[in-house]
Design a protein around this ligand. Structure first.
Ligand SMILES: Cc1cc2nc3c(=O)[nH]c(=O)nc-3n(C[C@H](O)[C@H](O)[C@H](O)COP(=O)(O)OP(=O)(O)OC[C@H]3O[C@@H](n4cnc5c(N)ncnc54)[C@H](O)[C@@H]3O)c2cc1C
Length: 440
């Protein structure tokens, strides 16, 4: 018998534009009293929804309970930029590329995850929020163009299609002359993240009992585990933890996960005259040549800019930090869209990202009947979906080659002792963001 008490539970601040644009959800169903379940999935983001959906396919009729500390879509799942990227996306590398064999495997797995998400989108009528649009990489500097040339070479060596773009091609799509060149790759799906994740939760009605605003505060493990929230508890033989970096709060993978916050701003609605001043296409998503640059996305009559990141082992950020980074977003917006001088940001937010030093997930059985699919290392819309599905396969005993491949990865490497870890991580982020220069 062991008791895992959560030393903290998530408390993301209000402000995600993706969430705010959606109609107000019905009141939350909060866990109250005692109940029994065959499965408890803790966390209702990409990994949690994929795990619950996969369990419902593998064991129709099983009693599946999903517990989320917040509203579905309130956490990182509804705060991200919505790029479901099929290609390598190594944030720790200079140009997103990894080793050849690693990347071939990663592409295969990413595509399997995207198809799993696509089947959910089709089954639950979410196609308007799930668009096979491809993505643009934009380079604003000579260094950025060199980085893109390396990335293109890497894609050629992998036999992956891409289109090389000049400044005019990018201007025709985005309306801005900011970029000197770019690369288009066709396999990315663009989602409205909060709409997608909430839609999957709705689609699971009748197959899983989803409780929101129900933070798990402790897990008492034994032959039957007891999962407790402030107002209720569930007895279950099997638990799947899909709580992203919060898995560390329960004492698992301690000192092995890095907690990063990313910041984004969404513009107010553009008027039709502002849209014609801007020109370009209505829907596109562009990631920067430098992984620490600005991601920019036009979503009909709104533009989203994401840049800046901080290292926050406490997993909390202040409202002031969100405001300060808003200034960096405004600067990036003005530089790219000088034809829209009056457009202000309407929403600003921060969101949590979990990384490990060796870019591997916190995946596998971490205690008898307790499984973890956490820490996505950046491409969490895809990898969260992937690991969530695979952990359900593993826990339900259905296995498969991708489960084996994921299990064969090393464990997340131990972080350096404090204060060296924090000092080093902050200095590195500062340097990388400075180096990104005009890509930001
Ligand atoms: C600004 C920003 C932009 C990003 N852009 C992209 C992008 O374009 N593409 C991409 O692929 N990724 C992107 N990401 C990363 C992506 O959002 C995450 O990697 C992804 O959400 C991880 O999915 P997950 O299911 O593992 O975790 P999460 O989405 O974080 O879900 C975990 C859930 O667990 C719940 N939880 C935690 N603790 C408890 C507890 N004690 N009890 C109950 N519930 C709990 C949380 O409330 C949360 O809902 C971005 C992230 C940010 C912040």
């Amino acid at each position: 018998m062991a008791l895992h008490t959560a030393i903290r539970t998530p408390a993301d601040q209000a402000g995600s534009g993706w969430y705010e644009l959606l109609p107000k959800p019905p009141p939350p169903r909060v866990l109250e009293g005692r109940r029994r379940a065959d499965w408890v999935v803790i966390g209702g983001g990409f990994a949690g929804m994929a795990a619950a959906r996969r369990l419902s396919q593998l064991q129709p009729g099983a009693r599946i309970v999903v517990l989320d500390a917040q509203r579905i879509g309130w956490g990182a799942a509804g705060r991200n930029s919505g790029f479901m990227i099929d290609l390598p996306h190594e944030l720790a590398s200079d140009n997103y590329a990894g080793g050849r064999d690693h990347d071939i495997k990663q592409i295969r797995m990413n595509r399997a995850a995207i198809e799993f998400a696509a089947s959910a989108a089709a089954e639950y009528g979410l196609e308007p929020h799930f668009i096979r649009a491809g993505k643009y990489h934009g380079a604003a500097t000579e260094r950025g163009q060199r980085v893109l040339a390396e990335f293109e070479q890497h894609l050629s060596s992998l036999g992956e299609p891409f289109e090389k773009l000049g400044a005019d091609d990018l201007r025709r799509v985005t309306g801005t002359s900011y970029y000197a060149g770019g690369t288009f790759t066709p396999g990315t799906v663009m989602i409205q993240p909060a709409a997608y994740i909430r839609g999957v939760a709705r689609g699971l009605a009748g197959k899983a009992d989803i409780f929101e605003n129900s933070p798990v505060v402790s897990i008492k493990s034994g032959p039957a585990h007891t999962v407790s929230t402030p107002q209720g508890e569930v007895e279950t033989p099997r638990i799947i933890m899909t709580v992203n970096g919060q898995v560390e709060s329960f004492g698992f993978f301690r000192c092995r996960l890095m907690h990063i916050f990313l910041y984004a701003s969404m513009s107010q609605k553009l008027s039709s005259s502002q849209m014609s001043q801007l020109g370009g296409e209505d829907y596109w998503g562009l990631i920067p040549a430098d992984p620490l640059g600005s991601t920019v996305r036009r979503f009909g009559d709104r533009i989203v800019v994401r840049n800046s990141c901080t290292y926050n082992p406490s997993m909390r950020v202040s409202e002031d930090l969100v405001k300060n980074f808003g200034m960096a977003h405004d600067r990036s917006f003005r530089e790219r869209f000088p034809m829209l001088p009056d457009v202000q940001a309407e929403f600003r937010w921060a969101g949590h990202l979990c990384l490990s030093l060796n870019s591997v997930p916190a995946f596998g059985e971490v205690g008898q009947g307790i499984y973890s699919a956490c820490c996505c290392n950046g491409l969490g819309t895809v990898k969260g979906t992937l690991y969530g599905k695979l952990i359900a396969d593993l826990a339900a005993g259905s296995g498969g080659p991708m489960v084996e491949e994921t299990l064969s990865e090393a464990a997340p490497r131990k972080l350096y002792p404090e204060p060296f870890m924090s000092l080093g991580a902050k200095a590195k982020l500062w340097w990388l963001q400075r180096r990104a220069g005009r890509e930001m």
